[in-house]
Design a protein around this ligand. Structure first.
Ligand SMILES: Cc1cc2nc3c(=O)[nH]c(=O)nc-3n(C[C@H](O)[C@H](O)[C@H](O)COP(=O)(O)OP(=O)(O)OC[C@H]3O[C@@H](n4cnc5c(N)ncnc54)[C@H](O)[C@@H]3O)c2cc1C
Length: 469
């Protein structure tokens, strides 16, 4: 091993357990420095929830390292120069990272690696952010499947790599620069208490335990946004305060509910593998014919959607949950995204950018993959002619209207049927509930049948012109 000093450059792996980069460095060197670079190019694009979460998790990692006799060296600026400068100034032998799949991260890492190598410093990159690394899940045909089910079948059979065990290196105790905000808002998911309300790895382990306790019911409850029926681990997975493998291991597959939850981790791996293999997915449709769709650029409609004022209560409730908390239930993500793309015929990339900014768990491969799924432009996507009906979706998955009432209090006085389609309610019932359509709650921005016909025509136009997928 060259050099007594190893440097771990933390990015989206803000934990010490099941962290291959951390384990390799602390086993391979007498002394290790832990570095986090706050990259304004990324932080400035993050909405308040993700920024707060990141800084909270970074502070928690620092606290964990301090307990072990070290500190997290925090630097603010361009990681492209900072990592190399720190490594050179300190006489580092090897820089360790866990890899990421986004085009931005891939280009950044390639440049840093080349610069380090040119200065005689080694680069050690492993995968600690996914259950299986890109390229390791192959179907019988030998490649990465463009269809999820065969990918999942192959994914289940790939053996897990050995669990990394941290070594006993001494830790460098330089703290670096202060975090840009003094107070970090926490918790970000309401209703958490005790350790589960803490940021960082300690909090994530407690949140995982709670998720595992309710995992038996996952299959039955996952589609009902008024319930806490899902794991709510997405932000922990985004920042790596828990490794997906640890989460899958703790949850297990002993019951149908548990197996269904662990299957979602395969979707997460799949979208990451797809983006790694095809970086253009980040902005181009996987199915090229859809690049020619004539999207509408209607600012008023986009404004109505993004502020939760479309007049469709289930859609608006979802957007208001996002605006208020930085998180939205998966069922409602599907419905709100479908509404933008299909009913408003607005380019999925605008919605993707909006979600990417605001979501606490915004993760490029997952966000892009799911938006392309909804738009019907991606691999194994929802059929192009499937247009979610937001009223039926609400009636089915929020039959009692509890989710709508929670996020749109001005509709709370309406009955369980009326709350899903207030425009169809008589004036007396509206008045009794204090709802004035077009005043304290908007009238619908589109007619569902007309907008459905409009999007089908727009998709049909490009399908007819370019017959192959
Ligand atoms: C339009 C749209 C945008 C999305 N953007 C993101 C995003 O930026 N980041 C993100 O992590 N998820 C995204 N998702 C996927 C999904 O909605 C969230 O992962 C989920 O709601 C997070 O809640 P949870 O942790 O309780 O999920 P659970 O249902 O408990 O699932 C457990 C974990 O599996 C993974 N997972 C679950 N569903 C999916 C999925 N459809 N695709 C990929 N991974 C999944 C997540 O890591 C999740 O935390 C998006 C979905 C849609 C429809």
């Amino acid at each position: 091993m060259s050099g007594d000093l190893g440097l771990v450059w933390f990015r989206r792996d803000l934990r010490l357990d099941d962290n291959p980069a951390w384990a390799s460095a602390t086993n391979g060197h007498a002394t290790v420095v832990a570095l986090f670079v706050i990259d304004p190019a990324l932080l400035d694009k993050a909405g308040e929830f993700r920024a707060a979460r990141l800084l909270g998790d970074v502070a928690a990692l620092d606290a964990r390292l301090a307990e072990a006799g070290g500190r997290l060296l925090i630097r603010i600026g361009d990681p492209g120069t900072i990592v190399v400068d720190e490594a050179l100034a300190r006489g580092v032998g090897t820089v360790y990272v866990n890899e990421d799949v986004t085009p931005y991260a891939t280009a950044r890492d390639a440049a840093v690696k080349a610069d380090l190598r040119a200065n005689g410093i080694d680069w050690n990159a492993q995968w600690g952010t996914l259950i299986h690394e890109p390229g390791s899940v192959k179907t019988n045909a030998g490649g990465l499947s463009q269809v999820f089910t065969p990918f999942h079948r192959a994914w289940e059979k790939v053996p897990w790599l050995p669990w990394p065990t941290p070594g006993s290196a001494a830790l460098v105790a330089d703290a670096g620069e202060a975090l840009p905000v003094a107070a970090v808002a926490y918790p970000l998911v309401e209703g958490l208490a005790g350790d589960a309300a803490l940021p960082g790895e300690i909090g994530a382990i407690a949140r995982l335990e709670l998720a595992a306790e309710r995992a038996d019911g996952y299959d039955d409850n996952r589609n009902f946004p008024a319930m806490t029926g899902t794991s709510e681990l997405s932000a922990d997975l985004r920042f790596g305060t828990i490794s997906p493998r640890t989460a899958a291991d703790v949850i297990g597959t002993a019951t149908p509910g548990r197996a269904a939850l662990v299957r979602q981790f395969a979707w997460r791996d799949w979208y990451a593998h797809l983006l790694h293999a095809t970086p253009s997915l980040v902005s181009a449709p996987m199915k090229p014919r859809y690049a020619a769709i004539a999207w509408r650029d209607d600012e008023e409609d986009f404004e109505a959607w993004s502020t939760g004022r479309t007049g469709f209560p289930f859609v608006d409730a979802g957007m208001r949950q996002l605006l208020a908390t930085g998180w939205m239930h998966n069922r409602v993500r599907m419905v709100t995204a479908s509404f933008l793309v299909k009913n408003l015929l607005i380019d999925w990339r605008r919605g993707e950018r909006f979600f990417r900014h605001l979501l606490v768990d915004a993760d490029v491969p997952q966000n892009v993959g799911n938006w392309q799924w909804v738009a019907g432009t991606g691999p194994d996507a929802s059929p192009y002619n499937r247009v979610f009906n937001p009223v039926l979706q609400g009636q089915r998955f929020d039959a009692g209207g509890d989710y709508i009432r929670r996020w749109i209090p001005e509709l709370a006085g309406l009955g369980n049927k009326a709350i899903h389609e207030p425009w169809d309610v008589g004036p007396l019932e509206l008045a009794a509930a204090g709802v004035i359509l077009g005043d304290n709650y908007p009238s619908p921005v589109v007619d569902l049948a007309t907008s459905r016909a409009r999007v089908l025509a727009a998709y049909a136009a490009v399908r007819d012109e370019t017959p192959s997928d």
